[in-house]
Design a protein around this ligand. Structure first.
Ligand code: PGA
Length: 252
């Protein structure tokens, strides 16, 4: 299976014009490295414009509401996103959990709705504090809660992004993870998923890495930590930087 790079733009850039330019450049890079799957997840107001620019790269979103439509002021539903041809949806990002009060129950509803309607959720999990040696129980808890009641046959459309909060570039005092820790997390997450859905599902679930990924470290996360892709935040806002990450990933 191809490696995947997901560009998580968060609440950037600040104008539609810049968003279109950035998407155009990322599209060029994606066409030059076809052995890597590229997904661009812009803020909601830019989705339609970014969609019109992307051909090789695919459209993603940073969140989705679980109902299809109705009286939910400010929300964007999975059905609306689907009608814009969004495929991948980031769910449960730590910034939403920490700054916007997103709960495990909300994340679970989102994951279930997305999987049941043929979208591909990218479930973000990760501990807030770095713990030496032992993997954090918080990660097991997040996975268990997010996947409660999910049908086993739908797990193939889910991806899990291990994003230790302490390694996210914009978190105060953050520091990059090591491939060793990321590998340990990879093994741990597979074990958790195996416990919930059986060994085969645990072996097959796609696990990607996020947290200060750049052109220098992406290869070690993909190769040494056996991650199947990366969720890229800050470095995806600079097209040249993102193109270098893509180039490095294409040789892994
Ligand atoms: P970062 O963000 O690459 O800027 O660390 C990753 C993320 O939060 O998804």
């Amino acid at each position: 299976m191809k490696k995947i790079l997901i560009a998580n733009w968060k609440a950037n850039p600040s104008t539609l014009h810049e968003a279109a330019e950035l998407a155009r450049k990322i599209e060029l890079a994606a066409s030059a490295h076809r052995n890597v799957e590229v997904v661009v997840a812009p803020p909601f107001p830019y989705l339609a414009t970014v969609a019109s620019v992307l051909k090789r790269a695919k459209l993603g979103s940073q969140d989705a509401f679980w109902e299809d439509a109705g009286p939910y002021t400010g929300e964007v539903s999975w059905r609306q996103l689907k009608s814009l041809k969004v495929g991948h949806v980031i769910v449960g990002h730590s910034e939403r959990r920490i700054f916007l009060g997103e709960t495990d129950e909300m994340i679970n509803q989102k994951i279930r709705a997305l999987l049941e309607h043929g979208l591909a959720p990218v479930l973000c999990v990760g501990e807030r504090e770095r713990i030496e040696r032992e993997m954090s129980e918080a990660v097991a808890h997040q996975i268990g809660a997010a996947l409660a009641g999910v049908k086993k046959n739908l797990i193939k459309n889910l991806m899990i992004a291990y994003e230790p909060v302490w390694a996210i570039s914009t978190m105060p005092g953050s520091r990059p993870d090591t491939p060793g820790n990321a590998f340990q997390a990879n093994v741990y997450i597979r074990k958790i998923v195996s416990g919930l859905f059986g060994r085969i599902t645990g072996e097959r679930v796609r696990i990607i890495y996020g947290g200060s990924v750049n052109a220098q470290n992406v290869s070690s996360f993909l190769t040494d930590a056996h991650m199947q892709g990366a969720l890229v935040g800050s470095a995806s806002l600079d097209a040249e930087n993102f193109a270098c990450i893509l180039k490095a990933a294409s040789t892994c």
